[in-house]
Design a binder for this molecule. Structure first.
Ligand code: FES
Ligand code: FES
Length: 165
């Protein structure tokens, strides 16, 4: 039996037929939609490499059934840069050396965006580390990651104030 679902992925409607109701959102993104920027680390909710935003909230896509997200809006790392310009969080990761091998980076960036949108990033590194404790980095680039999140949050807040003025 096949199941049809329809998602908005990075602003585009994608209709997908699933032949197995157990397909995870992570496998759908990587294997069916070829959006391989979202990484599969542990495949059991322990590393955060697979973090994406679903209706604006960050989730571990390896733990999410694709079928249960029919109609959802999904944002992945591929959907961040606009017109060749990096998202401020992406730019901040580069400026602050927030990565080494880069494997965890898409998940870290999506989680950072979620944290900032939730208004939970605060302005101290401890709070950022706590808010991103579900995103592990085997290279231990935590210092750069934390600095990047704090910097990106400041820049985004300034841009928001400018837009509102
Ligand atoms: Fe999903 Fe590790 S791959 S949490
Ligand atoms: Fe290598 Fe984080 S940069 S795992």
């Amino acid at each position: 039996m096949n199941f049809s679902i329809s998602l908005i992925v990075n602003g585009e409607r994608r209709n997908v037929e699933l032949d197995d109701p157990r397909v995870t959102l992570l496998d759908l993104l990587r294997e069916r939609l070829h959006l391989t920027g979202t990484k599969k680390g542990c495949d059991r909710g322990q590393c955060g490499a697979c973090t994406v935003l679903v209706n604006g909230r960050r989730i571990n896509s390896c733990l999410a059934l694709a079928l249960s997200h029919d109609g959802a809006e999904i944002l992945t790392i591929e959907g961040l840069a606009k017109g060749g310009e990096l998202h401020p969080v992406q730019a901040a990761f580069i400026e602050h050396d927030g990565f080494q091998c880069g494997f965890c980076t898409p998940g870290q960036i999506m989680s950072a965006i979620g944290l900032i949108q939730e208004g939970q990033a605060g302005d101290d590194s401890e709070r950022v580390r706590e808010g991103m404790s579900g995103n592990l980095c085997r290279c231990s680039a935590y210092r750069g990651i934390t600095e990047a999140v704090l910097d990106a949050q400041t820049r985004l807040a300034k841009a928001h104030r400018r837009d509102a003025a």
